[in-house]
Design a protein around this ligand. Structure first.
Ligand code: NAD
Ligand code: GLY
Length: 370
């Protein structure tokens, strides 16, 4: 079941293809986009080991000249050092404006390679071949690219849209269950923020998605991308509606900051706790019912994802420190906190200027320390 979803951005529009065996066909799919028939493929060691030969063979078979830039796996690769390494390797390869970078990996590689492409010789094109569920449903689509710095995550970056995204569902078969669940958190986020029917479908079929049953996985990935494409098409630079994609992220990022952006709490797991918290906070403020919050939490928990801060390694966390992290969030304006809250399942909205005292009271009620 092949699905092609168009991200409509005028001259920068592009297709996201969702199917199986796209890597095996990548050479023929990509070649028309390579003016000089060559590309630099950026990936991490794990993806190179598991899926590199297949992509290499497919590119060679189509007559594409590919040079590989293989980085260590992990969030620390999305750094100034990682950016310097990729940029220097691109320079050493002699890539020109007419050449194209291919990001082959999870969100770390997509964000890093995309950002390197955005600044290399003042910007060259890139293609995304996302290999994690999280990257397929979220990070490879929409053109946000970035690295982390000591002062926080994704603070240095650029909007740079890819030329094409190839979401090969088969590649997800080698992911650990934990990584699949972390990606699923972003899938359920779409239902929670804007599509009640999709949320209901996930309540019934989420188990099949996690088991990677082909039909269920294809529907979940395609519907998620469709929603992201529609939101990005309407608001590329996050002036308004795109902020809804950050449901669960203000709470989630604060926990990720506390746990050091490592394996203690994966990004998707932070989003899972954050989405459940956003609904409970919405209920506390009277925006949605306690039943909505309980149902949102049950949908997340059913996937084996955390929904409470106490489940996060290192808990309990001090409320004031969590609020300090929230104030450094890119969405915070002039120190005032911004949250994505909800009037119900599928009805998220952006709440600016949220009272820090209300946040504090909520966090204390959730088990944060005073
Ligand atoms: P990741 O890229 O670190 O991948 C997770 C792990 O899975 C890595 O160890 C990787 O080597 C491994 N892996 C990748 N593909 C695999 C496969 N097919 N089989 C087996 N192992 C595989 O992490 P991620 O969860 O994909 O992405 C997280 C990053 O994405 C964060 O840096 C986050 O900030 C970013 N992100 C960006 C956006 C955006 O819009 N740009 C959105 C969400 C998240
Ligand atoms: N992941 C949030 C966004 O792309 O806007």
């Amino acid at each position: 079941m092949s699905r092609t979803i168009r991200v409509g951005l005028g001259a920068r529009s592009y297709d996201v293809v969702v199917d199986r065996d796209l890597i095996g066909r990548a050479g023929t799919l990509i070649k028309p986009l390579l003016p000089r028939g060559r590309t630099a493929v950026v990936c991490d060691e794990t993806v190179r080991r598991l899926h590199g030969a297949q992509l290499d063979d497919a590119l060679k078979a189509a007559g594409v000249q590919a040079s590989w830039i293989v980085m260590p796996p992990g969030e620390q690769t999305k750094s100034w050092d990682g950016l310097a390494e990729v940029s220097n390797r691109l320079l050493a390869l002699g890539l020109d404006r007419g050449d194209v970078v291919t990001a082959f990996g999870g969100g770390v590689i997509g964000d890093l390679a995309g950002f390197a492409a955005s600044i290399y010789k003042r910007g060259i094109d890139f293609i995304q071949i996302p290999t994690t569920l999280l990257a397929q449903v979220d990070s490879s689509v929409g053109g946000k690219t970035a690295i982390d710095t000591a002062r926080g995550k994704n603070l240095i970056g650029a909007f740079h849209q890819p030329l094409l995204v190839l979401a090969d569902l088969g590649v997800l078969g080698t992911l650990s269950d934990r990584e699949v669940r972390a990606g699923y958190a972003e899938v359920i986020k779409y239902g929670l923020l804007g599509d009640f029917e999709f949320f209901e479908w996930l309540e019934a079929n989420g188990g099949h998605v996690l088991q990677q049953r082909p039909e269920a996985l294809a529907h979940a990935v395609a519907r998620s991308i469709e929603m992201k494409a529609q939101i990005v098409g309407a608001d590329e630079k996050e002036a308004a509606a795109r902020a809804l994609l950050n449901l669960g992220h203000t709470f989630g990022h604060a926990l990720e900051s506390e746990t050091g952006y490592g394996s203690a709490l994966l990004h998707g797991e932070g989003v899972a706790v954050g989405c459940a918290q956003a609904f409970r906070f919405s209920a506390m403020l009277g925006h949605c019912t306690a039943q909505d919050a309980a149902r949102a939490e049950a949908g997340i928990a059913a996937a084996g994802l955390p929904t409470r801060m106490q489940q996060v390694k290192g808990a309990p966390f001090p409320a004031d420190r969590l609020i300090m992290h929230m104030a450094q969030d890119k969405k915070a304006e002039g120190g005032r906190l911004t949250f994505v809250l909800a009037k119900g399942i599928g009805q998220a909205f952006v709440a600016k200027g949220v009272d820090a005292e209300a946040v504090r009271a909520f966090l204390l009620s959730e088990g944060a320390t005073a």
